[in-house]
Each structure stands twice: as C-alpha cells, then as structure tokens.
Write a protein that binds this ligand. Structure first.
Ligand SMILES: *Cc1c(COP(=O)(O)O)cnc(C)c1O
Length: 393
C-alpha cells in the first residue's frame, strides 16, 4: 500500500478536531425564506438571496423562455461562439443600471476578479489591497505576479502611507478593496480611498459583490451609495447574490471593459454562462429598475433583526449592512451553536478559519427581503434559546 495520500487523511482529521471541517448540507427545495435542508424544513438564514430573487417567478419564466428559444448550453467561450444576444443585452442593461460607460460579464464574481486583476497589473507593478479582501481578490492578485501590499482594513491613512513608501519602485499601481466585506458586513470608506487614488493617480477597483442589489438607490451598488459616479475605474460585481442567478460583472471605464474582452482569461478560456442564466439576470434587472420595494424591505428586515439581536445581548460586530455576524470566538462553539440552531429549525452556518481569522469564528446570518416579520421573530426566538443554552447571552 502506498502512503502518498496519508498526509491528506491527517490534514482532514486535524480539521475535524479543530472544528473547521465543513459538513456540507444538501438543499432539497428552491431558495426562499424557508428551505428543505437534509430533509428538514428550516428557516433560511444563510443564503445570499438578499432580494429573494433566486426563485422569483419572473426570473424562472425568463429562464424557461430562454431555454425554449436558445437552448441549455452556450457550447463555447464568449470570444468564439458563446456570446448570444442575451449576453449582449445583459451587458448593455447592466451598464445602464450602474450608470457607467460599459460592462462585461463573467461566469462568476470569482472569475471576474481572476480575469481583471492579471489583465491590469503584472510583475513590474504593485497592488495595494485591503487586508480583509475576499479570497477571489487575493487569488487574482497572486495570479497577476504583481507585488501585493496589504493596508490596514478600511484605513485610507494606512493605504496612503503604503503608497508613499512604495509607489516609486513600480511601473503601474492599482488599489483594490471589497465594497461590503462579506464576513463582517462593514463598508469600505470609498470616498476617502478615492481621494487617495486620485491624489496619486492610481487605478481604483472595488469589488461590490455584497453591495450589488443592496446598497445605493434601488440596489445600484456602493458607487451610487457614495455618489462616486465616474470616479471608480473598475466596479466588480456578482449576479450570484442579490441578483439571484449566477455570474460576475465588471462595470466602469469603457477602455478597461474593451481590454478585458481581449485579455480577461476566464472570458477567453472558459465557456459563457448559459442563455437561461443571462435571461434570468435581465429579468432581475427589470425588477430592480421597476421599484425599490425589495431593496427597501431588505433594509427594514435587516435593521429590525440586528436591533433585536443586540437587545438580546449578542455581539453583531462591525456590520452596517444586512450581513449579520454573530461573534462567538472559537470555532467549535460556533459549530455547536449552528447545530443547535438547526435542531431548533434555523439554518445558519458557522464560519471559521481560514474564511475569518483564528479566534473570530461566528455564525453569519444573511437577512433577505424574502423574510416575513414572523420568520425573523421565529429566528430570534431560536437564537435566544440556543444563546442561553450555550451561555453566550
Ligand atoms: C461572493 C463574492 C465573490 C464571488 O462571487 P461569485 O459570483 O459567487 O463567484 C467575489 N467577491 C466578493 C467580495 C464576494 O463576496
């Protein structure tokens, strides 16, 4: 018997002992306020369907129509035969929605970052990156081969200090930050970061995956939220969260979008999203453009839930958005908390290292416009019960 995979078994065992092993649950129903998870009906507190669009009848109908008219698969990468009229329409509509010159879509937000960063910077260049940026930004930065300099989280002064010390040693530079930080729910100080980018004439890129459909007027995102139209060169977004479907987008400067069509490797070397995906995203845009009702309800729900959790004595960290972390500390406690919630009919996953730093494990509750007030109240009761049972509150 060969031993060459023994190390994997050892590592897996270590994850289990540290409370960091992902027990992946299986969903047996469409996304909504309630789900069938591992055969049990539970309140959904962990999907990213901020606006309840993943199973919205308009999106489902649009996807069905596209399936009938255009088929199931793209059969090619975008740059060969995979660009249908639906992809073109989606990109035009996204650019209009975001109020930017142009937009290009990818198979995911993750791919949007992997496409964009290496297309803009390389070995002779430098990236100034918020210390808590998303994994897909970190991977995109590594892939580029550029020097990566992390600045303190959401700290424009730390960013400026890093720029002063380093900029002159490199050919080109880019500043990259998450818009809304996915594990803490705090928002990047984009106006201050823009001031720094402008002062040093450096490209500015923001990944607004959790701000798309959430922040700004009718969900137009972080740039709209701060009134920074025309000032952010690259706005990365996802169609997989609030939009309820799947895909990524880069919106902004037309020259950059044109460049990404030529040099974005996931665009050139990985097949397009399917016609039903693109059609469903267009239907999501129709809804977002027709009314702010869903976005308003999302925020109403989030404010209510967070205020009540604080009243119960829970620590919801730094969040100022519908992402609600319940800070618990050690990973095994977070896992135990999540299991007890599940027993009590609430699906809310524990998140530990390496997704968040060691000792900062948490339950992350994702509030949605799909939740009714009754749903939120049932969730609060379960949190109170489990919190008391485990001595957290
Ligand atoms: C979720 C997320 C992504 C990835 O988006 P997908 O469309 O799911 O690939 C990228 N960046 C950030 C900040 C995210 O939170």
């Amino acid at each position: 018997m060969s031993n060459r995979l023994d190390w994997v078994q050892t590592e897996l065992q270590a994850l289990k002992e540290a409370g960091l092993y992902n027990q992946i649950r299986t969903i047996g129903s469409p996304q909504g306020a309630w789900l069938i998870v591992d055969g049990k009906r539970v309140l959904n507190f962990c999907s990213n369907t901020y606006l309840g669009l993943a199973n919205h009848p308009n999106l489902v109908a649009a996807a069905k129509k596209a399936l009938d008219e255009m088929g199931a698969g793209p059969a090619a990468v975008r740059s060969i035969a995979g660009t249908t009229h639906l992809h073109v329409e989606l990109e035009q509509r996204l650019a209009k929605f975001k109020g930017v010159e142009a937009a290009i879509t990818f198979q995911s937000g993750f791919n949007a970052n992997l496409a964009t960063i290496p297309a803009l910077v390389g070995k002779e260049d430098v990236i100034f990156s918020d210390r808590l940026n998303h994994a897909s930004i970190i991977d995109g930065c590594r892939l580029s081969g550029a020097k990566i300099i992390a600045y303190d989280h959401c700290d424009a002064a730390s960013l400026e200090a890093a720029i002063k010390d380093n900029l002159s040693h490199y050919r080109r530079a880019i500043i990259i930050t998450d818009g809304v930080f996915s594990m803490d729910g705090d928002v990047a100080p984009l106006p201050e970061i823009y001031e720094v980018a402008h002062r040093y004439d450096i490209l500015l890129m923001v990944d607004d995956a959790h701000g798309e459909g959430v922040l700004g007027k009718g969900g137009r995102g972080i740039v709209d939220h701060f009134g920074l139209h025309g000032k952010v060169d690259i706005e990365v977004g996802t169609l997989s969260k609030a939009f309820g479907v799947v895909g990524g987008v880069v919106a902004g400067n037309a020259v950059i979008v044109e460049w990404l069509r030529q040099r974005g490797r996931p665009f050139l070397f990985s097949s397009a999203v399917t016609p039903p995906d693109a059609a469903a995203c267009i239907a999501a845009l129709d809804l977002l453009e027709s009314s702010t009702e869903l976005v308003d309800r999302l925020w109403e729900n989030a404010r209510y839930f967070k205020a009540e959790m604080k009243n119960l004595g829970f620590d919801t960290g730094l969040s100022t958005t519908p992402i609600t972390p319940i800070m618990l500390g050690e990973a095994p406690l977070a896992q135990q908390f999540s299991r007890a919630l599940f027993e009590a009919g609430v699906f809310a996953m524990a998140i530990g290292y390496p997704t968040v730093p060691q000792g900062k494990a948490r339950i992350r509750v994702m509030i949605s416009a799909a939740h009714a007030k009754d749903d939120l109240d049932q969730g609060l009761q379960a949190f109170e019960k489990v919190g008391k049972q485990l001595g957290v509150i």
